[in-house]
Design a protein around this ligand. Structure first.
Ligand code: DGL
Length: 294
């Protein structure tokens, strides 16, 4: 822990890459859009695949794992970290922003994906009936319900948990025939809550990896919203309003991919997804600054 704290201290006030964190592969759906919106920026992506899924874990555990990841990315020089994970945004973001950041380094920032989504949802729905698919953790947290009620009180909102969807992605079964059963089951579950829903938020960053199958079973008249472009637009806006943070992002257009699990498996899926060959590095222990033990 001391070594990590030393590394964080040593990088304070120095520009660095933007950190992007998710429990596993899902944040790649955000990263791809962030890189296309900010091609000049350096990025480090960290997927905690060894401990995914987060969506069925307790509040305390998600908070602890997310804080470890944020501290690790800070030690690698990030001044700005995006939690490209709804579950972490729902269960850990507020605590990290309010409690941990002031102690770790008050000049660094951690942003999530829920607020940018709830801010613009009113623009997409025509009849005011919105649904959300999310992990059990995100749905139980009530974070979307609270934010939507605050920002768009006229919206009728229902959310539905899909506990099997992330395991399908993490186990590379997104395109397999078994996925159809679980996808259809949860779609029926959500539409059974409100048949008037005209807009569905994919409120877990893994779910765009199931998009073609979700689209197949959701009626054509319902819009399906993925978060990548929304989060990218929100980050551009944030950096324009915070030039002091914009200056803290290094400009080389590079990407480092880190995973806490098997790097070859991660590189394979990430290469397909990013559209070019990428090589991930394994981080065996997030509590040490630079151990790349495989
Ligand atoms: N991709 C994450 C999210 O957006 C977490 C999935 C999980 O690990 O359960 O919620």
């Amino acid at each position: 822990m001391r070594l990590l704290a030393d590394a964080i201290r040593a990088t304070a006030g120095h520009p660095g890459p933007i950190g992007v964190f998710d429990s596993g592969y899902g944040g790649l759906t955000i990263l791809r859009e962030l890189r296309s919106a900010l091609p000049w920026a350096d990025f480090i992506y960290l997927g905690d695949n060894a401990r995914a899924p987060y969506g069925t874990r307790s509040f305390d555990l998600v908070y602890r794992f997310t804080l470890e990841a944020v501290r690790y990315l800070f030690a690698r020089g990030c001044q700005l970290v995006i939690l490209a994970c709804n579950t972490a945004s729902a269960k850990a973001l507020r605590n990290i922003q309010q409690h941990d950041l002031p102690q770790i380094d008050p000049d660094r920032r951690v942003l999530g994906v829920i607020r940018p989504t709830t801010e613009i949802i009113g623009k997409y729905t025509k009849n005011g009936h919105v649904g959300l698919f999310g992990t059990p953790g995100t749905v139980a947290s009530g974070s979307y319900d609270i934010e939507i009620a605050k920002l768009n009180p006229e919206i009728v909102f229902h959310s539905h948990a899909c506990p099997m969807w992330v395991p399908l992605v993490e186990n590379l079964e997104a395109d397999g025939p078994g996925a159809d059963y679980f996808i259809k089951k949860e779609i029926d579950g959500l539409l059974g809550l409100d048949s008037e829903i005209d807009t569905i938020i994919l409120g877990c960053t893994h779910y765009p990896l199931l998009y073609s199958k979700i689209r197949k079973y959701v009626p054509d008249n319902i819009r399906i919203l993925v978060q990548g472009e929304i989060v990218a637009a929100s980050l551009i806006d944030y950096l324009s309003r915070h030039p002091e943070m914009d200056r803290m992002v290094t400009r080389g257009g590079t990407l480092e991919l880190l995973t806490t699990e098997e790097p070859d498996k991660f590189s394979g899926l990430a290469s397909v997804f990013m559209g070019h060959d990428v090589c991930a590095e394994r981080i065996a222990d997030l509590t040490l600054p630079f151990p790349n033990i495989s």
